[in-house]
Design a protein around this ligand. Structure first.
Ligand SMILES: Cc1cc2nc3c(=O)[nH]c(=O)nc-3n(C[C@H](O)[C@H](O)[C@H](O)COP(=O)(O)OP(=O)(O)OC[C@H]3O[C@@H](n4cnc5c(N)ncnc54)[C@H](O)[C@@H]3O)c2cc1C
Length: 326
């Protein structure tokens, strides 16, 4: 079959990898690189993992993949000191699982998966239409892509609902019910090391929810103190339409308050708005699939709100498509 996959995040890439030996697979992503919410922001020679911070592996299928990536040097355990910050007090998290990160940056596993696949980047799929028994797509320049025998859609649910509302209204209505929380991220490099005895922390009672010393992750430039700060869901929602220039100073002030430290001078700062970050109530179904029209829809929001969930949804998507052959 000729299969179109919209979205080259973890779920779309895994689905493509699973199908590519048997099918003619075409991946489309609007971004300049693969990885989606596992992307890395590069600013001159600074790198920030501004989306997913680390991932854990509990399902045996994902554990096997993680072992293979570790062996291939694509990911490594992050051994930084992780704590909990609340009102200036530091405590230990309840659990301390092995936390993996891509090396030298979080997008490494996605880049590895994309190698050798037919991935068209900077291709935003604008519309989806039925074409005979299959599907055709158009991109934002109006170019037609296809026809394809099967369609796999792995974009966040609000965007999936927009694409599918005319051609699969029942699925679009179901998908539209699933929300993803927004998240503001501030990326900062300090001129001197922030004197905090932690490399990452879950933050409570603050506009922030998480902070990480990006430069403490393996194979990063440890000589420059780079941090990623994530705002809480409620603060991000409240401030969603502010500009990055307004957001970054407020999140830095929140960092000073949460740590009780006076911050070193800032060498670089910016903020990134994730309009869609984490699904608070994922569907836990793996994927949605319609054999009649050969349409499958998935992503972390169909499984679990994390990298592992996206991986497992990618497997479920591939399994569904494989069954359509018979
Ligand atoms: C701020 C933040 C922090 C996170 N922290 C963690 C963490 O610490 N640990 C963890 O395990 N997980 C974390 N996550 C979640 C994790 O990143 C996701 O679960 C996972 O990456 C989702 O993968 P996906 O393939 O389902 O979706 P995505 O990665 O969102 O992939 C969807 C892709 O579709 C593309 N796309 C969208 N619309 C179109 C279109 N019209 N045409 C073409 N392409 C399109 C996008 O560019 C994107 O690449 C975090 C996410 C965010 C944003």
């Amino acid at each position: 079959m000729k299969v179109a996959i919209i979205g080259a995040g973890m779920s779309g890439l895994i689905c493509a990898r699973e199908l590519s030996s048997q099918h003619d697979v075409h991946l489309f992503d609007k971004a300049r690189g693969p990885a989606g919410r596992m992307s890395t922001r590069r600013v001159e020679d600074l790198h920030f993992d501004h989306g997913a911070q680390y991932f854990t592996a509990r399902d045996p299928r994902f554990q096997r993949q993680v072992e293979a990536w570790v062996a291939a040097g694509v990911i490594a355990p992050w051994k930084g000191a992780i704590g909990v910050l609340q009102s200036g007090e530091v405590s230990t998290p309840e659990t301390n699982p092995v936390r993996y990160v891509g090396v030298p940056a979080m997008n490494a596993p996605a880049k590895r998966l994309a190698a050798g696949l037919n991935v068209q980047l900077s291709r935003r799929v604008q519309t989806v239409a039925r074409s005979g028994a299959g599907w055709s797509l158009t991109d934002e320049s109006g170019e037609t892509l296809g026809p394809f025998d099967a369609l796999v859609c792995t974009v966040p649910p609000a965007q999936a609902a927009d694409l599918l509302c005319d051609v699969a209204p029942t699925y679009a209505a179901q998908v539209e019910q699933v929300t993803l929380n927004p998240c503001w991220a501030t990326l900062v490099q300090f001129e001197q090391r922030l004197p905090l005895p932690l490399d990452g922390a879950f933050v409570h009672d603050s506009p922030l929810s998480w902070i990480a010393r990006n430069s403490s992750k393996p194979q990063r430039d440890a000589s420059r103190d780079c941090w990623v700060l994530h705002a809480s869901q409620s603060w991000s929602t409240q401030c969603l339409e502010q500009s990055p220039e307004e957001i970054a100073p407020q999140m830095l002030a929140a960092l000073a308050a949460a740590t009780g430290l006076s911050l070193p001078r800032v060498a670089y700062q910016t903020a990134h708005r994730w309009r869609y970050s984490i699904p608070p109530e994922p569907l836990s179904v793996g994927c949605l699939a319609d054999r009649e029209v050969r349409l499958a829809i998935g992503g972390d929001w169909c499984q679990q709100a994390k990298v592992e969930g996206a991986y497992l949804s990618g497997l479920a998507l591939a399994e569904a498509v494989t069954q359509w052959e018979t």
